[in-house]
Design a protein around this ligand. Structure first.
Ligand SMILES: [Zn+2]
Length: 408
């Protein structure tokens, strides 16, 4: 049975972790920073030295390509990302990118001919230092000029970063791939949670990447003297807000598990010891992997907020912000990953991804799938992030065997 070269793969992981090293086991390679550019240069050198075709597309996505003998063949994408958050871990993204490169090497060395071009890709700015999922959404053709002009990391920083790797707005927008020439996308990633570790499972096959909705809730009451206004006459906006937070928690835990809800910010006006709150504003976010359940969740949360406001004589207004659709993963690719795990004697389970990943971009245009390997203590986006070598190797081998399964 064909398996990866463990030493070569683990050595690569170590070598990459030296670039942008934080000195305490982590890495700091924010997208398109000088450290990220150094990581990208290392990858390019590696790809060229290994004798693969190297490409950088208009969005700065980097690829190693193992071409099929059939020039008319489609392309199967596998990969992840080389960028990290500031003071992040050495496995987030690096594992998937290097597992993809190792998969190319193993197949090339075996002399096996593939019926598709196999492309190991590292997507630009997965972490969203400048703009989230930049490279993969450009590849999917969902990125807009407006988003490029309003990146969350600031336009100036984006322009400086893009100049460092020789790309610009026009080239990014032209990086869209033709779905007709692309077979699909697969990615291995660390879990960044504890579900696999706690259940003693090797491989977590993602069923869907959650959709995320965010809303501003504004509850209007009446500011009043905190001493002289009788309790039964108060229209205290916080009473409604507090009741809603408690109700939302119970509602989601009872009816929408594994969905999640969060109120990440609560502000009160006028905001003083001696004034009854007249206005409460809540930053509400909720996530689920199923589009229909996300709709139901929103309807229930809205009804709960309306009830809580009415119970205390308050008025509610809701402002719609982001709507990120859930991305269901491809059943055929999921089965290929599960079959690969079984062929290697690894325990696997299905789970939802509550974090965003490039596969949610690629899923908009081609069949996509991803799977997780365990994160020790669930730590991630932190220099202490760790995945044991055996799990890194398992991830790369499952990816390799899933590619061979797709090849048939
Ligand atoms: Zn990642």
């Amino acid at each position: 049975m064909l398996t990866i070269n463990e030493t070569r793969f683990l050595n690569d992981l170590d070598a990459l972790a030296q670039i942008g090293s934080t000195g305490d086991g982590g890495v700091s390679r924010p997208a398109l920073s000088p450290q990220d550019v150094a990581g990208r240069d290392w990858f390019r050198q590696k790809v060229i030295t290994e004798g693969f075709i190297f490409r950088q597309d208009g969005a700065g996505n980097l690829s190693a390509v193992l071409e099929s003998d059939n020039p008319a063949a489609k392309t199967l994408l596998i990969g992840s990302h080389l960028d990290s958050v500031v003071n992040g871990g050495r496995f987030d993204g690096a594992l998937g990118t290097l597992a993809a490169l190792e998969t190319l090497r193993t197949i090339r060395d075996s002399g096996r001919e593939l019926p598709f071009h196999l492309e190991a890709i590292s997507f630009t700015d997965e972490e969203g230092t400048l703009m989230g999922l930049m490279g993969s959404s450009a590849l999917a053709g969902t990125l807009t000029q407006y988003e490029l002009e309003h990146p969350r990391g600031g336009r100036e920083a984006l322009l400086v970063g893009m100049a460092r790797v020789g790309i610009n707005d026009a080239s990014v927008l032209a990086a869209k791939r033709d779905p007709e020439t692309t077979l699909g996308y697969m990615e291995v990633h660390i879990e960044q949670g504890t579900r696999l570790e706690e259940s003693g499972t090797h491989i977590g096959v993602v069923t869907a990447i959650v959709g995320i909705r965010s809303r501003w809730l504004r509850i209007n009451g009446a500011a009043a003297h905190a001493g002289t206004m009788p309790m039964d006459k108060r229209r205290d906006a916080l009473w409604g807000a507090a009741a809603f937070v408690e109700k939302a928690r119970a509602l989601v835990m009872e009816h929408y598990t594994p969905g999640v809800v969060n109120v990440g910010r609560l502000s009160l006006e006028p905001g003083a010891f001696n004034i009854v709150p007249g206005v409460a504003e809540l930053a509400l976010e909720f996530r689920h992997g199923d589009a229909a359940l996300l709709d139901e969740m929103e309807a229930d949360l809205t009804a709960a907020a309306e009830t809580c406001a009415r119970d205390f004589g308050l008025e509610l207004t809701i402002t719609r912000l982001d709507d990120k659709a859930p991305a269901p993963m491809d059943a055929g690719l999921m089965a290929a990953i599960e079959g690969s795990a079984e062929s290697l004697g690894l325990r696997h389970t299905r789970l939802m991804s509550f974090a965003g990943h490039d596969a949610q971009s690629t899923a908009q245009i081609v069949p996509s799938a991803m799977f997780f390997v365990p994160s020790v203590n669930g730590v991630s986006h932190n220099p202490a992030e760790y995945t044991i070598p055996a799990d890194c190797v398992n991830g790369a081998n499952v990816l390799l065997r899933a590619v061979l399964a797709v090849a048939g």
